[in-house]
Design a protein. Structure first.
Length: 57
């Protein structure tokens, strides 16, 4: 149970960090990209993908 919570937390944090990194490195110069227009969207999208990855293992 504790390992599952840790895996979920790590998936959220690592996914969010990767989403922010994607926003900073690739990003969107015009602001019209739906996933990377703002840092919050990039972090949210990355965190959701990290959560899915953590739950699938």
């Amino acid at each position: 149970m504790k390992a599952t919570a840790l895996r979920i937390a790590l998936g959220l944090v690592i996914g969010g960090a990767l989403g922010y990194g994607w926003h900073r490195l690739v990003g969107c110069s015009t602001g019209t990209c739906p996933l990377t227009a703002t840092p919050l969207r990039g972090i949210s999208y990355g965190a959701v993908l990290g959560l899915i990855w953590a739950l699938a293992r």
